[in-house]
Design a binder for this molecule. Structure first.
Ligand code: UAG
Ligand code: ATP
Length: 490
């Protein structure tokens, strides 16, 4: 790519161009440690460190040109921009020849359900014989290859690179509010923009829920001219968003429980298999879903509406959803020999906890025990609501450690004890070691009891615990094996 093409791609984010010889660039880097001779280095002023500090290092490694926000006079061409993250998205898209134009791109935003809806869409498309890449919290799946995710939404450079690598017709990607604020999808062009819901989360990053909502709406600045929005109107934010999108004349299709919704969800039965009906254009489609919970019926309805708009026949969609295998760590069940049911789930908001515990209630749980904790260095304002929800909906709960993220064990333990004292309704206890909390529940599990372990989903532990296990599932499988061994040895 020529430097002159970089300048074209920047458009109105270009502020000043200094030392202007045109030259050939061999790559783009936002991390000085990765720079190779001939690369364009984009200096980003980060949350941890200011990338402008590394301009010298990047040049020593052979950077042929630099983009940044500050005033600099360098030996190589320097392009001053208003916002380096925005510039990175635009330049990366141009460098990889605007890869989103060669795919049908589906962006999914919302507080909860992004991953599940994305997996459902991929499953339906594949059932219909299409190929689909997926970028999200659990993994990046491109051309049937699995990549370990760096973030829910990768940085702008990685997004463009992965889309360029993808030979799949469709790409579905989860779009977090952090990504939107940080211009990670700048340069991307979406065919469909999905909004699942909005509830209390990330109020450490966003000053208010209104700001969080505004961040989510930014996704709709990236629609292709013929692109359309698919919005769940089940929460008030979806209703507000629909009005906004109509005003912007973006074709908007809604899922909800009103006659005016394009897809109306009705007659939901949650006992046993999840069964519900979708009413669309005067026709009623019965759906059966192996994934339990009202939230999953909503997720399936969003996937249904999206894939209908893509052109998949509704009957093929209903058939495909019957065999949806679920998502790792989302309401994943493991049975206990005494007839209890253990669930591993990624719920880390009050809303998600309520949906999970409700699903257990709907399955006639004789008793509900809930094991959960809170991530260190993440939104502390949601914790009391999560405890209140658990205290109201479970029979017993155990507060335990989640990732500490640098918070001391003592500090987190005090927090857990304080939250339990204030909001626990005398139903809670604190067992800080997550594996011991799970073992306690395993050893005391009884017939018909449901034990929900939430917060970590399939993620590996970051804290060293007493049992030699690496995740909630691993702990349960370990306990299962131990019990079998004990039976054999008497
Ligand atoms: C708070 C936050 O969002 N941080 C994101 C941000 O990093 P940052 O600005 O802090 O980066 P930094 O470490 O300060 O570095 C600044 C610049 O200096 C460069 N650098 C650094 C060192 C060096 O030697 N040389 C050098 O050039 C870095 O490459 C970078 O370009 O930009 C990075 C690149 O896009 C992100 O990976 C990073 O996400 C961090 C890891 C993170 O944990 N983010 C979370 C909060 C997040 O984004 N979560 C959402 C999902 C939320 C949800 O729904 O659950 C997500 O999309 O993952
Ligand atoms: N539509 C929904 N409404 C409310 N809660 C949901 C919904 N779908 C899933 N959940 C709950 O949220 C948890 C996370 O689900 P999922 O991974 O699909 O959401 P996400 O938006 O991708 O979350 P994250 O961005 O944190 O990865 C699930 O384990 C479940 O408890």
């Amino acid at each position: 790519m020529r430097l002159s093409e970089v300048l074209d791609a920047l458009g109105n984010s270009l502020k000043k161009y200094i030392n202007g010889a045109d030259l050939e660039l061999t790559g783009i880097q936002m991390d000085s440690r990765k720079v190779k001779p001939g690369d364009l280095f984009v200096a980003i002023s980060g949350f941890q460190i200011d990338g402008h500090q590394f301009i010298q290092e990047a040049m020593e490694k052979g950077a042929a040109a630099v983009i940044g926000e500050n005033e600099h006079h360098l030996a190589v061409p320097y392009i001053q921009v208003f916002d380096s993250r925005m510039a990175l998205g635009r330049v990366a898209s141009a460098y990889f020849q605007h890869p989103s134009r060669k795919h049908t791109v589906i962006g999914v935003t919302g507080t909860n359900g992004k991953t599940t809806v994305s997996y459902m869409i991929k499953h339906i498309l594949e059932y219909a014989g299409k190929s689909c890449s997926l970028l999200g919290t659990v993994s990046y799946l491109i051309n049937n290859e699995v990549y370990k995710p760096s973030n829910t939404t990768p940085d702008a450079l990685q997004i463009q690179e992965l889309l360029a690598k993808s030979n799949d017709e469709f790409v579905v990607l989860e779009v977090s509010s952090h990504a939107l604020k940080q211009y990670r999808i700048e340069g991307l062009e979406l065919d469909y923009g999905l909004f699942t819901n909005l509830s209390h989360d990330h109020l450490d990053y966003h000053p208010t829920i209104e700001d969080y909502f505004e961040a989510k709406t930014l996704m709709y600045n990236y629609m292709k001219p013929a692109g359309s929005a698919i919005v769940s109107r089940l929460c008030k934010w979806g209703k507000i968003l629909t009005v906004r999108l109509n005003a912007k004349e973006i074709p908007t299709y809604t899922m909800g429980n009103l006659q005016t919704d394009d897809v109306k969800i009705e007659d939901i039965q949650l006992k046993g298999e999840t069964k519900f009906k979708i009413k669309m254009g005067g026709i009623v489609y019965p759906l059966t879903l192996p994934s339990p919970g009202l939230h999953n019926a909503y997720n399936a309805a969003m996937a249904f509406l999206t894939t209908v708009k893509i052109g998949i026949h509704p009957n093929a969609i209903t058939e495909a959803l019957k065999t949806f295998p679920g998502v790792p760590g989302r309401f994943e069940m493991i049975s206990h020999p005494e007839g209890a049911t253990f669930i591993i789930d990624y719920a880390h908001t009050k809303d998600a906890i309520e949906y999970c515990l409700q699903a257990a209630q709907e399955h006639n749980a004789v008793k509900i025990k809930h094991i959960f904790g809170f991530r260190g260095e993440r939104d502390t304002t949601k914790r009391e609501y999560m405890v209140k929800a658990s205290a109201e909906m479970s029979d017993e709960f155990i507060l335990t450690f989640d990732d500490l993220n640098g918070v001391s064990e003592e500090e987190m333990k005090n927090q857990l004890q304080e939250l339990n004292k204030q909001y626990g309704m005398n139903k809670g206890m604190v067992i800080t070691d997550r594996t011991i909390a799970i073992r306690d529940a395993w050893e005391n599990a009884s017939l018909g009891e449901w034990i929900l372990i939430t917060g970590k989903g399939p993620e590996e532990y970051q804290t060293r615990y007493e049992l030699p296990t690496s995740s909630d599932k691993d702990t349960l499988l370990y306990l299962q094996k131990q019990q079998e061994k004990e039976k054999i040895t008497g």
